[in-house]
Design a protein. Sequence first.
Length: 478
Amino acid sequence: MTKMKRFTSILRLFILIGLTAATFSSCVKKEYDEPDTANMDPTDLVVTHTLDQFQNLATGPIPVLITTDIILSGIVIADDESGNFYKEIIIQDSTGGLSISVDISNFYTEYPVGRRLFVKAKGLYLADDGDGNFQIGVKDNNTIGRIPSTLVGQYVVKGKWGIPVTPLSYTLSSLGNAPSNVLVKISGVEFVTADAGISYADAINLISKNRVVEDCSTPANTVKMYNSGYSKFAAEITPSGNGTIVCVNKYYNGNPELIIRDPRDVVMNDIRCDGTTGALTQMPIDSLRMLYTGATTTCPTGRKIKGIVISDLVNKNIDPKNMVIQDGNAGIVVRFTAAHTFAMGAEVEVRVSGQELSEYNGLLEVNYVDLGNAVQTGTGTITPRVATVTAILANLQAWESTLITVQAATASGSTSYSGSNTLNDGTGAMTLYTRSLATFSASALPAGPMSYTGFLSEYTGSSAVPAQLSIRTLSDVQ
């Protein structure tokens, strides 16, 4: 009996605990709603117009108010996940495409590629921008403006997601017949030599770039690809081979313009039209220098150079568009089309295919280089060459744009570094040059003999002695 009573007591205890737990859990309020997992279209909206029929209501670039109950439907073919599209949702049906202008960011979480959207067009405005790109939104003076974020849900209704859209196949020669704002696939194309193997856009300065794509026709058909400097892939490198592009087709100034969603839309692994792979061959800087003919020279195709940056942007004793790099015993100035951000000591690879090789007042430069042609591949150091002024003057052409140390030299001519001073080590004299914008330009020149380290330049302008040494920081003088 004792064992039976003990068993009954234990059983009652477990039942009591279970009832208490159930009662407690039923009284706990959920902190969030269960997610809506339904993947279906709304049942109360009936499509009245195809996108092509709807576009016929536009009269030009002046926005037209939609006053009737028009319902549209299309699949999202471009969102803002990569940042190459900004505050516009592109939808497409079997007849055409349409851009919906919305004042929301990161909308790809609600309106991703592959989701069907329904648009209640009444109360919105429609316009053709003059290039055949149709857009719907609110009216902003005489243009289409973005639908306010608080009103987007009133006009744009979400439907099923995960719907694939097969891109329309075109060639570059037939692309002009494609509708705007539709997904297209173009085969047998490649980036032109100047735009292959460089960044899609300028990610450093957030500047958008057009990269040119061509086919294998003779002469080749070409089209521009627009890439936003704000896109997540702006710094990624364009492929060098031949292949296919899937993209949204738009028009700009009457010509087709390609806009990719992300680099996965570009698959170029085949041999180029000229039978090459498009891969770049690295050449030594001294070999590049030897190609200069004495007049403006074009660098050979398929070539790149690599070196360590020996100039310094931080202390501003060099033009912000210029970079001096050195590999081994040779160096050269790379003149970019915009200010760069490569720091002293960075190992930088520069695509020089088809670039201009020219002199500026005697100093050899790779000129007009797009920032997308250069990429940092690591870091490194260069040991300066210790030389007398006499040796420098005798080897100026070979040693220019390299790091030099002149020992036991005295600077004179001014009380500060700014401008052109004379540097004399007892064997000869050359110029110690400092830009007025350098952070140390107003610093006093040392009174006695010092060791000076800097990059060697040549200036055949007003100076009787073309050899110039430019220090990077005050620590270069010891």
